[in-house]
Design a protein around this ligand. Structure first.
Ligand SMILES: Nc1ncnc2c1ncn2[C@@H]1O[C@H](COP(=O)(O)OP(=O)(O)O)[C@@H](O)[C@H]1O
Ligand SMILES: [Mg+2]
Length: 358
């Protein structure tokens, strides 16, 4: 089970609140400025030590205070996490009373946020889709992070060799890049294949509702970052002159991407903003299904302002999706768009009126 209880002190507009979360669907509603985003932001901090909204953590400290303190509790594992940020000091994190670093949090409290800056999976840069995939693999596979860092370190070195025109050193870095890059690529392909399978299962569930007529023709594929007929070594050798001229490594796993096509056209050219947001949610749900089924990891999906961009027909599809969801979802909306009749369709549904929490 993911986080079951959170306590928030002097964080954004909140002085002190305690929230008991459901392991299933959590719905926060309230007027503009009531604190919905702040609550979702606090949950994301347990997963990353970062905000999805501001790069400066000081701005999260309540204006009448010198520090914020967040406490989270996972009842199943019995884990307690405490995150404290004082104006003049770096963030401090205690996991079960022992100091730890932010990079350790994601494995213990994995979560994916979808909010205004990142709602569109299809319209974002390849870097965004790669990061989303890598984040889940990082949670799932213990050796992925050392592999990831080794690859990107080698890439940085190779690019620096190219910039400084130390051409004779390229071969040594090619070898390292191939070794780590091949491993990295295998991790990604494997996780992508599993996600795609779950994605199609979700599409099948939603198909009878007839919302999109392109369900059958949507084609999602993984691009590894170079011509898949060739080995990475061959590509690095073939691209040598181009790389020297452009002073950078032009092909490799750092260029990988997930391609969404509808009848051979990039999906971003076709989908409305609401549909794009819905596909981001679907893809994230599929990744979470993989974590749950293949790795027995419970991840949380955070969706801020669910109704923005979604028209009624897409929002109704989201409601259907929730009926089949087994992971923790925490989302927000200005209005109470879940009557008690609708919410009885969901297992473990919990609704919070944010104004009443304060
Ligand atoms: N550091 C802070 N101290 C006090 N109030 C803050 C701080 N940061 C943001 N706020 C206020 O918190 C309120 C809630 O913001 P937010 O969570 O974004 O609301 P919502 O998502 O419900 O519209 C806003 O009125 C905002 O101005
Ligand atoms: Mg908000």
């Amino acid at each position: 089970m993911p986080l079951t209880n959170i306590s928030i002190k002097n964080f954004r507009c909140f002085e002190s609140i305690e929230i008991s979360l459901s392991p299933g669907v959590n719905f926060f509603y309230g007027a503009n400025g009531s604190g919905k985003t702040s609550i979702l932001e606090s949950v994301f901090i347990f997963s990353s030590g970062k905000s999805f909204k501001s790069s400066n953590l000081v701005s999260l400290i309540n204006q009448n205070s010198e520090k914020f303190l967040l406490k989270g509790f996972d009842a199943k594992k019995g884990y307690i996490v405490e995150v404290e940020k004082t104006k003049e000091k770096p963030i401090s994190i205690l996991l079960n009373n022992k100091k730890t670093v932010t990079s350790k949090l994601i494995k213990e409290f994995p979560c994916t946020p979808i909010h205004n800056n990142t709602f569109s999976f299809t319209n974002a840069s390849p870097d965004f889709r790669r990061k989303l995939l890598d984040r889940s693999i990082f949670i799932a596979e213990d050796n992925f992070s050392s592999n990831w860092f080794s690859y990107y370190r080698a890439l940085k070195q190779r690019n620096s060799v190219l910039k400084n025109h130390r051409i004779s050193d390229i071969y040594a870095w090619n070898e390292m890049l191939v070794e780590e890059g091949t491993k990295l690529d295998n991790y990604r392909k494997d996780f992508f294949d599993k996600t795609l399978k779950e994605f199609h299962t979700l599409l099948e569930i939603l198909k009878p509702y007839n919302v999109f007529d392109f369900f059958d023709v949507i084609n999602i594929s993984f691009f590894q970052g170079w011509d898949n007929e060739k080995s990475l070594l061959k590509i690095l050798e073939e691209n040598k002159q181009t790389d020297i001229r452009r002073k950078t490594t032009t092909s490799g796993p750092h260029k990988s991407d997930i391609k969404f096509l509808i009848k051979d056209i990039d999906a971003k050219q076709i989908l409305s903003r609401g549909e794009q947001k819905f596909f981001s949610i679907l893809w994230s749900c599929a990744q979470h299904e993989v974590l749950k089924k293949h790795y027995r990891i419970d991840a949380t999906l955070i969706i801020d302002d669910i109704r923005s961009e979604l028209d009624d027909r897409v929002f109704n599809l989201f409601k259907k999706l929730l009926e089949h969801n087994e992971n923790q979802v925490i989302f927000s909306c200005i209005d109470d768009c879940f009557s008690s009749k609708i919410s009885s369709n969901y297992k473990d549904f919990k609704k919070f009126h944010v104004e009443q929490l304060r």
